[in-house]
Design a protein around this ligand. Sequence first.
Ligand code: MG
Length: 227
Amino acid sequence: MLETPSARNNQVKEYIDTLFASEDEVLKNTRKNCKEAGLSDIHIPAHLGKFLYLLAKIQSCSRILELGTLGGYSTIWLARALLPGGLLVSIEIDPKHGAIAKKNIEEAGLANSVDIRLGNALTLLPEMIDRKERPFDLIFIDADKENNCLHLDHSIQLARPGTLIFIDNLIPRGEQVGGRPANHEAQFIYAFNSYLAQHPRLETVLIPSIVQYQGRLDCIGLARLKD
Ligand code: MG
């Protein structure tokens, strides 16, 4: 039988997710709660959760910043990697999402190490910079793609030399990869990728990831703030 690339991608995703990133009951329930609450199924796949968790462990994180909490699925993966007494600050614009995430995080036993801040990151991040909040060891940007450049610029001001910055979903849907596609969001993402690739303060690469159930190939950006 002829195999479409996406079917094979999906098999690879299922294989990795099952063998290397199997979810415990907390993570399974988090996904179930999100689905029942009508949240769109755009949280990161399990293998990406495990990837972020491992990088956060390697980085010995005591402070993590997340932009875009959604239902708290990636928040839980990341918060589990914090050093004892560590803190994850997660910014979410939609109060409904924030309430679902809060419940999931409580059920995960992580309420003491996660601080969900409701509001627009474009308002909250400059306030955090003004308050001179302590720098973060790892930052995960997974919010509205149109504002990736601004979110990155603000994040750098909340980082220290060596901070890891991840940016999700850097290969948008559609046949054409790179260039100037017709789709508006795709244009923003490819323009952002050019900005990211040439950023003088960052060393960066994109890592392929397989998302959703159609086996679509996407990418997550991994950047390190230079010393
Ligand atoms: Mg995402």
